[in-house]
Write a protein that binds this ligand. Structure first.
Ligand SMILES: O=P(O)(O)OC[C@H]1O[C@H](OP(=O)(O)OP(=O)(O)O)[C@H](O)[C@@H]1O
Ligand SMILES: O=c1[nH]c(=O)c2nc[nH]c2[nH]1
Length: 193
């Protein structure tokens, strides 16, 4: 998605440790007009899938999932990384290692909000090692819902996540795939799609 690649080139900062900082527009300050274009693009790519629910994971997936949901006219459910007292009843749960927090979370979704008959699209801001999407896919499988695909804003193609998700047969759409990036020069190379 050219608009997105141009924005990453303009405002993205390559940091040490395979981190691409895009907090000027994606996951801290959020450019909602850009999000709306991203949401329309996800809708275009999953138009025939009869999605009835979007599933994401806190925190950074929530904003983009909510704006995308406006294009799909479906509710958003987000997996919580912390157990809270006000989640009533039973939950689906699995473990996810967080890329930027460097720790493992027990993620949870209430059984009330995911189940048989749902056609679920996963949405997230980043795909790196694939842990977040793998965890979400596991929750969908445990719930008996159908996973129709996964949409991510930025895939770091030089990390293992994209290959791992595709190898599971999941329909993955990444709007920008970073082939390589250099924290010394700041250069970012995108995969031709
Ligand atoms: O493919 P992966 O290796 O799982 O990386 C992608 C995940 O990493 C980030 O979450 P993180 O927990 O790092 O931060 P957040 O709390 O800001 O969402 C991002 O929002 C994705 O959910
Ligand atoms: O802001 C971010 N930059 C990244 O490179 C990344 N990888 C996973 N999650 C991420 N979030």
């Amino acid at each position: 998605m050219k608009l997105l690649e141009d924005r990453i080139r303009r405002d993205g900062v390559v940091k040490e440790g395979n981190v691409l900082k895009v907090d000027r527009f994606l996951n801290h300050q959020m450019d909602i007009e850009l999000f709306q274009e991203i949401g329309k693009e996800f809708k275009r790519r999953f138009a025939n899938e009869n999605v009835n629910k979007i599933l994401t994971i806190e925190a950074s997936g929530i904003g983009i999932a909510c704006i995308a949901a406006e294009s799909f006219h479906v509710p958003v459910v987000f997996a919580k990384k912390t157990q809270t007292k006000n989640i009533a009843g039973e939950v689906y749960t699995t473990q996810v290692e967080s890329f930027t927090h460097g720790r493992i979370y027990d993620i949870i979704v209430s059984k009330e909000f995911l189940g048989k008959g749902d056609r679920v699209l996963l949405i997230d801001d980043f795909l790196a090692n694939g842990k977040a999407l793998e965890g979400l896919a596991q929750l969908v499988q445990d719930s008996g819902a159908e996973l129709v695909g996964a949409g991510v804003v930025i895939e770091k193609g030089f990390q293992r996540g994209g290959d791992a998700i595709r190898a599971k047969g999941i329909h993955l759409e990444s709007l920008a795939i970073v082939e390589s990036m250099n924290d010394k020069t700041g250069e970012i190379v995108f995969r031709e799609q």
